[in-house]
Write a protein that binds this ligand. Sequence first.
Ligand SMILES: [Zn+2]
Length: 81
Amino acid sequence: MTDSNDAEVQNALDPNPEHLDENDPNVARDPVCGMLVDKRTAQNTMSAPVNDKGVGTLYFHSPDCKSLFEANPAQYGYPSL
Ligand SMILES: [Zn+2]
């Protein structure tokens, strides 16, 4: 999946300042704010039941997002912890 037409477009508010690639297996999306997070350097992670099949690791770009998620995972589309 490529979108080369948009490669040169710069948004005024860049939600992905590190230019991570969502399709990179080392990149995850913060479920709270939507920022992309590099799994290799992520400081804020937790295990959570991501669906009815089991537990996965969630990656947050900041402790604040992790706290928000823990307070109300259902708001972000996840089952209760
Ligand atoms: Zn975040």
